[in-house]
Design a protein. Structure first.
Lengths: 172, 172
DNA sequence: GGGCGCATGTAATGAGTTACATGATTGA
DNA sequence: TCAATCATGTAACTCATTACATGCGCCC
């Protein structure tokens, strides 16, 4: 659902072929976009079938390169783009944190072991946070996305501290 | 993956039948557990096939009630439980926020419309936060889960404020 | 007699992933 | 000559969901 928004949003700015889209996503949106290559190709094919994007026939492939399919967005695609955009902005489909299940049963472990595992987790989150801080400053709305991640990673670290504190209390 | 952890974790405390598990989850873990009834039944069947849980033959069904399948955890199940628990505690599989895709393209909307949509979102998140605050205080680790959600919902609200502020700046 | 609670499932579908296939060109 | 880059895809599979089916007993 949101993957279609991603593809349409990029094609709206510029016509591109699949490989180019995948590269762009991997290099510039890796931290927020979640799509694998075959999924992208599949989705492009489907969006094209449904008339939301169209293959650009005039697009030529450099002669010494594999043939490529270049797409542009159609009017219906623009329309779908706006629908998806509005829907995704408006609605919050409340998050589920997989770790919660582990926390719910954390008392099955000795507090020593739980502590060690949580420290590992803490450090992993800290690294993600550092990675986000290292992302070069964007000018447009992408900067907001980076700040979004930073905000949640910081919240996660603070909460992990609390959990570790709770563990220590329980241990006594 | 984490759904198996949920079922095993509950069965580890007490043998139960499917309906009972589903009721318990719906009434006590609705905010953090993410599993539908048919999935639970399916998973129970599979866990039983694989020997991680076993049907309790001595369990009797009240005569005027539909027959039920009661399960208990096995030794192998305990083992799997601990493996999943450790894995889920240790690893953080970094979150992806679907809204990020919409934010990335938010400049396609007039700042007036974007503002209105974000306000809707803000209120929805605020309601989720209130719902979490209304959850009665737990004593065990479940309290940590509630606090986890509260922490992230608060972070989300603060970030939304920032986004709304950014919109206002852009508009000028 | 009509709806709810109890209790278990099946069938069809969806959405996405992994692993693999292909084949040309470019650079070390 | 060996690996990497360019470029597109297919096939098989996983995981979970939705919608539906079934049937008894209880209560109003």
């Amino acid at each position: 659902m949101d993957r279609r928004l991603l593809l349409l949003g990029l094609l709206r700015r510029q016509e591109m072929h699949g490989y180019q889209l995948n590269e762009f996503i991997e290099h510039n949106l890796a931290y927020c976009a979640d799509i694998k290559k075959p999924t992208a190709y599949y989705l492009l094919e489907k969006l094209a079938e449904q008339g939301y994007i169209a293959e650009v026939d005039e697009a030529e492939t450099p002669s010494n390169r594999p043939p490529r399919r270049t797409y542009r967005i159609t009017l219906e695609g623009e329309h779908l783009f706006y629908t998806l955009l509005r829907e995704n902005l408006r609605r919050d489909q409340g998050l589920v944190f997989p770790v919660d299940m582990a926390i719910a049963f954390i008392d099955a472990l000795s507090s020593t072991e739980a502590h060690a595992l949580l420290r590992e987790r803490y450090e992993a989150v800290q690294q993600q946070l550092q990675a986000m801080r290292d992302v070069p400053q964007h000018s447009g709305p992408l900067q907001l996305v980076v700040e979004h991640h930073i905000a949640h990673l910081e919240a996660e670290l603070a909460w992990l501290d609390k959990v570790i504190g709770w563990l220590a209390d329980e241990a006594t």
